[in-house]
Design a protein around this ligand. Structure first.
Ligand code: ADP
Ligand code: MG
Length: 534
């Protein structure tokens, strides 16, 4: 059974498999590139184009092009193109279909069993949406794996054995995250994770494109260039090109042309770094925060600091990390996640043959896989035994009435904290009824939405609720104990007990806004109808 790893990125995606030498290998897309822009162009009601051609028309026909859809994953978000409504899942499915079809064609073998990567900070809803996108695309999703875990798996495969602590700095096209991971022969264990979901290479492009426009307008005041979509598209594309070149060179020139007006705009690396210094500094702030969280857990030294994500190629990134006393190392930044995912897919395909309650893989399964992949039996056995342990990506808590300063307002009190190892179970936390003679207690479960824990309602999202009712009138501040439990797969359960009557409430958090089975089925039919190409 061939298995594949798919890095479904915010801006670029990539597919890898384990080749017949037993090593992970990238499968090129139709134009022959390693990575494919995660951009969908609805050319006509029947035709969809995915990849660099789609990206090229993004600003010219913005109504027909969808980019950065990963930012909407897990949200109730709808976009209608040519009269057909789409969800983040169905758009992502179109990308996945093109990736899988192109890879399949390239290899001459169907791509069906896959592992798809997600950022470590993705919550239950986003992970679920990603899995459904795979199903809509007609794929069999073996598992969803965290991007830094995949990067660590790839690192593990190419580094010498032993236990290592690594810091993964992943600056992609649209998101930034940091993760501390312990890698040992038996286990990959996430220690903590942090990030900014709205910070990535695209922001660097925007800053540079603004600068190019400013320079052009300074030379040609009074033109209408700033209102011309095609001109802006050329600046955006030019900005990304120049940015990439400035990772290797000290200075680049951009030729801007609008109508009869032309400008040769010189951009030095120094100028570019000045324009974007604030963005790099934001990654430093989050890096410092992650180092503090790791230090709280006793980790102050790193065997390696891995740079992942295309944007980590910018020299300013290395410089800022060195300034923090770290020694970063580039690690196959665009492809490490897909390659690690391919390795994870292999692990998963071995594990499906394992006995439920752990134990060794049956010898014949191990031998069969070893033979299929032409890798030593011992290596397959080691992979089969590898555990992956992750953490609670974001804090969860309950809504409480707060009377500080005489004013009554609501806040969120977090019970299950971010970065608690999974599976997690909290001690019961004591709360009290809010009013005299209360006969029912409403328990609202909220999830932290940003990357920093905050008790303000607007920094959290309401995800579930329950009611304990039929209570005798209770005095104010009667005790209620609430505990949280999260399984390794992210399923959250909450238990609340009113201590006087011992009436209790179990809430199993169902994902809100997710697609139902019927919706997945309908989307699958709709997506299958399209002619998808690159
Ligand atoms: P994601 O996973 O978020 O989609 P990737 O890790 O694929 O992102 O990185 C894509 C980003 O990396 C884009 O913004 C791209 O412009 C940027 N990038 C790629 N190569 C370079 C380079 N040599 N220098 C600077 N940025 C680069
Ligand atoms: Mg990425």
């Amino acid at each position: 059974m061939a298995t594949f790893g798919i890095d479904l990125g915010t801006t670029y995606s990539c597919v890898a498999h384990i080749d017949d030498t037993g090593r992970p290998a990238i499968i090129k897309n139709r134009p022959g590139d390693d990575t494919t822009p995660s951009v969908v162009y609805f050319e006509s009601p029947d035709n969809v184009v995915v990849g660099k051609e789609a990206k090229a028309v993004a600003k010219i026909q913005p109504d027909l092009v969808v980019s950065l859809i990963k930012r909407q994953m897990g949200k109730s978000f709808e976009i209608t193109v040519h009269g057909q409504a789409h969800s983040p899942e169905s758009i992502s499915a179109l990308i996945l279909r093109e990736l899988a079809d192109a890879a399949g064609e390239n290899l001459g073998e169907e791509v069906r069993d896959v592992v798809i990567t997600v950022p470590a900070y993705f919550g239950v809803a986003e992970r679920n949406a990603t899995r459904k996108a795979g199903e809509i695309a007609g794929l069999n999703v073996l598992s969803i794996v965290d991007e830094p875990v995949a990067a660590a798996l790839h690192y593990d495969a190419i580094s010498a054995g032993g236990t290592k602590t690594i810091f993964v700095y992943d600056l992609g096209g649209g998101t930034f995250d940091t993760t501390v991971i312990k890698v040992s022969p038996e286990e990959i264990q996430v220690v903590c994770t942090d990030g900014d979901h709205h910070l990535g290479g695209a922001d660097w492009d925007d800053r540079l494109a603004e600068y190019l426009l400013e320079q052009f307008l300074a030379e040609h005041p009074g033109t209408e260039a700033a209102d011309d979509e095609e001109f802006l598209q050329s600046l955006a594309a030019g900005a990304e090109d120049i940015k990439k070149q400035l990772s290797r060179m000290q200075s680049r020139r951009f030729n801007a042309r609008f109508g009869g007006d032309t400008s040769q705009i010189e951009v030095t690396r120094e100028k570019f770094e000045e324009l974007t210094a604030e963005l790099v500094e934001r990654t430093a702030t989050i890096t410092r925060r992650t180092l503090r969280t790791a230090a709280d857990r006793g980790i102050t030294e790193f065997d390696d600091v891995l740079l992942v994500g295309g944007s980590s190629r910018m020299p300013a990134v290395t410089a800022v990390l060195e300034g923090l006393g770290l020694k970063p190392r580039m690690h196959d930044p665009d492809l490490a996640v897909a390659k690690g995912a391919a390795r994870y897919a292999l692990i998963e395909s071995i594990k499906v043959h394992l006995p439920e309650e752990g134990g060794e893989a049956p010898a014949e399964v191990v031998e069969e896989v070893a033979e299929q992949l032409n890798i030593p039996v011992e290596k397959v056995r080691a992979l089969a035994g590898k555990r992956v342990a992750t953490v609670v990506p974001r804090a969860f808590g309950v809504k409480v009435v707060n009377r500080e300063g005489g004013r009554e307002h609501y806040t969120i009190e977090h019970v299950l904290r971010a970065n608690t190892p999974l599976p997690a179970e909290t001690e019961p936390q004591r709360f009290g009824t809010a009013y005299p003679n209360q006969i029912e207690i409403s328990v609202e479960i909220w999830e932290q939405s940003g990357s920093v824990e905050s008790e303000a309602l607007e920094d959290n999202e309401h995800i579930a609720e329950g009611l304990i009712s039929g209570l005798p009138p209770l005095p104010e501040n009667s005790p209620i104990d609430i505990s949280f439990q999260m399984a390794a797969d992210g399923l959250l359960r909450v238990h609340a007990v009113e201590l006087k009557t011992r009436q209790d409430l179990h809430i199993e958090v169902q994902i809100r806004g997710g697609l139902s089975d019927e919706q997945v089925h309908a989307a699958r039919t709709a997506v299958a109808r399209y002619n998808v190409s690159a």
